[in-house]
Design a protein around this ligand. Structure first.
Ligand code: GLP
Length: 261
């Protein structure tokens, strides 16, 4: 795992978009794993800009989203289907037949989970997976305590996640309690991972995931085991890392900001 510290949210987002664009130019039919949440929005904006201004071509790309709430139709403005359409899909040239988001309204959720795993296999596996991190260290909707070898399945959301995500809904009661999520085992099979974190709210989870023990109680800590994972953080999300780690990342004692003379 490589930790990359960038000064601002914009720098973090640009860095991530540059990695995606570089991989895409090298492999135009790449399989790209996508994430929701506010964190990757800046990266999506930059990818859209590259598509419009630089002709970055998504026409042969296959995508798989990490997760979806159970019980929300794709037309619901808080469903991840809707979110992805607004944030990315409507603005680039993906082929809709190659876009996959778990179906939260499926009558047989278990069958959908198995089908999702099968589709990923048929596509040849995910080349590059984008991830955010929950304030409790979850990745996708793999809450603390999730098996580190888990596959795509249905999960119950923790109170903390429901509280965190309530800001997007009219009130907390509207937040679904169940979600379909790729498993941690599924995510770890991706060829490369980009995990993004910005803001003070993520500083504890970043510290525990980067410096702490690998444990199911901090699902993002498993990323330490991935050979090609880029953990890209902004300064506030990195603010609780140990002085030694900060010095290594910045090349400056205690991670002090550079002096301008
Ligand atoms: C949700 C998503 C996660 C995401 C997390 C953080 O719970 N299922 O994939 O990483 O929120 O969201 P945000 O980026 O808004 O902080």
């Amino acid at each position: 795992m490589l930790v990359m510290l960038r000064s601002t949210y914009e720098d973090m987002s640009r860095e991530a978009a540059n990695i995606v664009a570089e991989r895409l130019r090298r492999k135009p039919d790449m399989v790209l794993g996508l994430a929701t949440g506010s964190t990757p929005l800046g990266m999506y904006r930059e990818l859209i800009r590259m598509h419009i201004e630089e002709g970055l071509d998504f026409s042969k790309v296959t995508t798989f989203n990490l997760d979806e709430y159970v019980g929300l139709p794709p037309s619901h403005d808080q469903s991840y289907h809707y979110f992805m359409k607004e944030a990315l899909f409507d603005h680039i040239n993906l082929n809709p037949s190659r876009v996959h988001v778990p179906m939260g309204m499926a009558p047989d959720v278990e069958a959908i989970c198995e089908w999702y795993e099968e589709r990923i296999r048929q596509a040849g596996g995910i080349d590059l997976q984008i991830l955010g991190i929950g304030s409790n260290g979850h990745i996708a909707f793999n809450e603390p305590g999730s098996s580190l070898g888990s596959r795509t399945r249905i999960k119950t959301l923790t109170e903390r996640t429901i509280r965190d995500n309530a800001r997007f809904f009219a009130n907390k009661e509207e937040v679904p309690h169940l979600a379909i999520t790729m498993g941690i085992g599924t995510i770890m099979e991706a060829g490369e991972l980009i995990i993004l974190a910005n803001g003070e709210k993520k500083a504890d989870a970043v510290k525990a995931s980067v410096e702490g023990p690998i444990t199911a109680m901090m699902p993002a800590s498993i990323v330490q085991m991935h050979r090609k994972a880029y953990f890209i953080v902004d300064e506030t999300a990195a603010s609780k890392l140990s002085p030694d780690m900060l010095e290594e990342l910045t090349g400056r004692p205690n991670g002090q900001p550079a002096m301008h003379s």
